[in-house]
Ligand binder design. Structure first.
Ligand SMILES: [Cu+2]
Length: 224
């Protein structure tokens, strides 16, 4: 607390005050050295760190036109044999993994059955790290309509969509114009392009105004 009052008079003794402040520079240097040492230790790869997932097939967030036949997870170090689990859950909430988890060094793989629906699949894994810890996390990938057989859930979806139209007539009026615009290519092209052109025009106007306002005071008040 006495360090926070630098303007204090000689009541505390001038020598006692100046010496700590002169000694502050080496202290700062020492603190910086300690800090960088700590950083280097934290970022150094070593046995202290947990293993992590470094790659996967499919990749996390991938959008696939072809359904994968298996999921392979690659970790930063070899995986322990034993209680490793990989669960692949589809957009309908069903599990699609098949067989046992196969471990090969840093890789853990699981087979997949036929993936019936487009949408997002979640790959949840729980594996044993090389340091004995359990690694537990998940990745996702998505299948496009191209990746799934067409004879899937389309009749069901149509039926539910028709039910929805009958129930909510108020929302239908609002939805129909919005639903039409994406199907019309000219509308969807003009929309963003028009917005960009308008935005550029506004920016140009602002720039011109700013330049004029800067020029005026420089030229003096009487100049017109
Ligand atoms: Cu660990």
């Amino acid at each position: 607390m006495n360090l926070a009052t630098p303007a204090a008079p000689a009541t505390a003794g001038p020598d006692g005050r100046r010496r700590p402040s002169a000694a502050r520079r080496p202290a700062v240097v020492a603190a910086a050295l300690l800090g960088s040492l700590a950083l280097a230790t934290a970022t150094a790869p070593g046995a202290l760190a947990h293993d992590t997932l470094i790659d996967s097939s499919p990749k996390d967030g991938a959008e696939l036109d072809t359904a994968p036949g298996e999921v392979v997870l690659t970790f930063s170090s070899d995986i322990g044999q034993g209680s490793n689990a990989i669960v692949v859950t589809g957009p309908e909430g069903e599990n699609h993994e098949e067989g046992q988890v196969e471990v090969d060094g840093p890789e853990a793989a699981i087979g997949l059955g036929e993936l019936p629906a487009a949408g997002e699949y979640t790959v949840a894994y729980r594996t044993v790290s090389s340091d004995g810890h359990t690694l537990e996390d998940e990745i996702t990938f998505s299948l496009t309509e191209e990746a799934v057989p067409e004879s899937g859930p389309s009749p069901e979806e149509e039926a539910s969509a028709q039910d929805g139209d009958g129930g909510g007539s108020g929302a239908e009026a609002e939805e129909s114009p919005a639903a039409q615009s994406p199907t019309d290519p000219s509308n969807s092209m003009l929309g963003p392009v028009g917005a960009v052109v308008a935005g550029i025009a506004v920016l140009a106007l602002i720039a011109i105004l700013v330049i004029r306002m800067r020029n005026r005071p420089g030229a003096g008040g009487g100049n017109g």
